[in-house]
Ligand binder design. Structure first.
Ligand code: NAD
Length: 361
């Protein structure tokens, strides 16, 4: 069956990094029998320029009909003075919520060849490969009531509400268990069940869902301990599942362990594992149009797309192996070159394609 992929290049370096990823996709179609149909659409500043909206209706429709979305990046100084509703970021937020992308996958991968880029000792992080599954559409960021109110004594008080219904916990837990099954079958749920009732329920529901996954080893950690363990011995983790707020913080910590923002992919999935795949970094307007952006985060996002939405784990592995191979060859874009010689965006994309072909021959 031919899968449909919506391709949203966006702004800044978006078109360049997406072009490199599409080169890889083209190779998989030509040489490995992958069958996909691509539909390109505008989003962010590009959507505003073309249609006056950061998420044009046509783009939303294309995304709703797709099996997966490959996303570049949005934003740029040109759009920073627009009214809030028309800014590129709004397009991305609207798209995530329109598609109910509640499960946010943030891998932290550190290729051993780049271990020196981390702020931690190389032996602690070399070969790190962990996945944080963050609940994305609930919790304290969305809970009502919220606001800033005036107390009787005249002082102002800010308040937010942390709420999770059982169905929200259950679906993120299932998403995380499914992902653990595609990896090394170890899942750590992070909460604050010693203090928060919401976390008590979270733990109970995760345990209950776990009964359907007796092939996955489940553990629990309090969030304060989890953050400590992430910087003490990050390689002990495989998959971590946690709420929106805790996941926001832990995933950025984990990302920084790798030290190279140009290398980090991400995904956001709905209940049927249809998803949007994008690099963690932004549109990097400072280097746009110069053929120097690192396309590997986007290429690795494509690998995630193949694994999680198209059930093509073997092709995903081919891409990941090829990325390791180009790093082994010493090829680096400027952001990961540490001052040594570097190659451009297109050349890096071509090198990954060549490595995929070399591995197969
Ligand atoms: P950024 O991630 O775009 O850039 C931060 C720094 O990292 C810059 O120096 C940039 O040159 C560098 N960098 C980023 N990606 C790189 C790559 N692939 N290769 C080499 N170097 C890379 O973050 P920022 O500067 O804070 O934001 C720039 C714009 O991107 C803003 O408009 C912001 O709103 C937007 N943004 C978009 C997303 C998204 O599309 N999901 C995420 C974050 C920021």
């Amino acid at each position: 069956m031919t899968a449909k992929i919506a391709v949203l290049a966006g702004d800044g370096i978006g078109p360049e990094i997406i072009a490199a990823a599409l080169g890889v996709l083209d190779c998989l179609q030509r040489d490995f029998g992958l069958s996909v149909e691509l539909e390109h659409a505008d989003i962010g500043g590009a959507g505003y320029d073309q249609y006056g909206q950061p998420l044009p209706e046509e783009t939303l429709q294309i995304c709703q009909q797709a099996d997966a979305i490959l996303f570049g990046a949005i934003g740029g100084p040109k759009y920073d003075t627009l009214e809030r509703d028309l800014r590129p970021e709004k397009g991305l937020l609207r798209l995530r919520s329109a598609l109910s992308l509640f499960s946010n996958l943030r891998p932290a991968i550190l290729y051993p060849q780049l271990a020196a880029a981390s702020s931690l000792k190389p032996e602690l992080v070399a070969g790190l490969d962990l996945m944080i599954v963050r609940e994305l559409t609930g919790g304290i960021y969305f809970g009502e009531p919220r606001g800033i109110r005036q107390l009787e004594n005249g002082e102002r008080q800010g308040f937010n509400t942390l709420v999770y219904a059982e169905h929200e916990i259950e679906r993120i837990a299932r998403s995380a268990f499914d992902i653990a099954r595609l990896r090394s079958r170890r899942l750590c749920s992070v909460d604050k069940a010693n203090v928060l009732e919401v976390s008590e329920l979270w733990r109970e529901v995760v345990e209950r869902v776990g009964k359907d996954y007796d092939d996955v080893e489940l553990s629990h950690l309090y969030v304060d301990n989890a953050s400590m363990q992430l910087v003490r011995a990050p390689k002990q983790f495989d998959v971590i599942v946690t709420s929106n707020l805790f996941g926001d913080i832990l995933s950025d910590t984990a990302a920084m362990l790798t030290g190279s923002i140009g290398m980090l992919p991400s995904a956001s999935l709905d209940i049927d594992a249809r998803g949007m795949y994008e690099p963690v970094h932004g549109s990097a307007p400072d280097i746009a149009g110069q053929n120097i952006a690192n396309p590997l985060a986007t290429i690795l996002s494509l690998a995630m797309l193949l694994r999680y939405s198209l059930q093509q784990g073997e092709l995903a592995q081919r891409i990941e192996t090829a990325v390791g191979a180009v790093l082994d060859q010493g090829l680096r874009t400027v952001d990961i070159a540490a001052g040594a010689e570097s190659i451009g965006t297109r050349q890096m994309g071509d090198a990954v394609v060549a490595a995929i072909r070399a591995d197969a021959s």
